[in-house]
Write a protein that binds this ligand. Structure first.
Ligand SMILES: [Zn+2]
Length: 175
């Protein structure tokens, strides 16, 4: 202990009752970026020792956006699953999704962005109907400013490198 004394915060109805740990002075604010807590992380863990859906992310690295399909039910599943929600089989196949789609709805993030995305504000997110399949995917929309988007605009589904070893997908407007 440093012996440093700090003024105690006034208590209020909103303060959680003190536990023995909470009487310890708080450490100084970190000067470096903290490791993101997983539950607040926009992107999931991707390796095979972390998820049974690692093949989804492996395919993104190959330039493909894929999902699972139940051959027994002829059911295309999104997001990718480890078991069919209808027949419960775990014998699913991986299929690539169509790349072309059109914006069904969109919105702009003008504030309150998720951790790690604060510098991207403003940015657009939306729902996209993929061509030829009955799937409507949610994702980030890039390629045009959010106020230049419109419903029905053609977009292309693309994998992208987050930059920390992980990959995800997003939609890019087609000019
Ligand atoms: Zn099934």
């Amino acid at each position: 202990m440093s012996g440093e004394t700090r003024p105690r915060r006034p208590t209020s109805a909103l303060v959680t009752p003190a536990s023995p740990e909470s009487t310890t002075p708080a450490p100084p604010a970190p000067t470096t970026r903290e490791k993101r807590p997983f539950l607040l992380d926009f992107f999931p863990l991707e390796t095979s020792d972390q998820t049974r859906l690692a093949r989804f992310f492996d395919r993104l690295r190959e330039g493909r956006v894929a999902t699972t399909r139940c051959p027994k039910d002829d059911l295309l599943l999104w997001p990718p699953r480890t078991a069919c929600p209808r027949c419960h089989t775990e014998t699913l196949e991986w299929v690539d999704l169509p790349e072309e789609g059109r914006i069904y709805a969109f919105s702009a993030v003008l504030g309150g962005a998720p951790l790690g995305m604060e510098a991207d504000v403003p940015f657009a997110v939306g729902l996209v109907d993929l061509g030829g399949v009955s799937l409507r995917l949610f994702g980030r929309l890039v390629g045009r400013a959010w106020n230049e988007l419109h419903v029905g605009l053609p977009v292309r589904l693309e994998p992208y490198d987050i930059g920390d070893g992980r990959w995800f997908y997003r939609f890019r407007t087609q000019s």
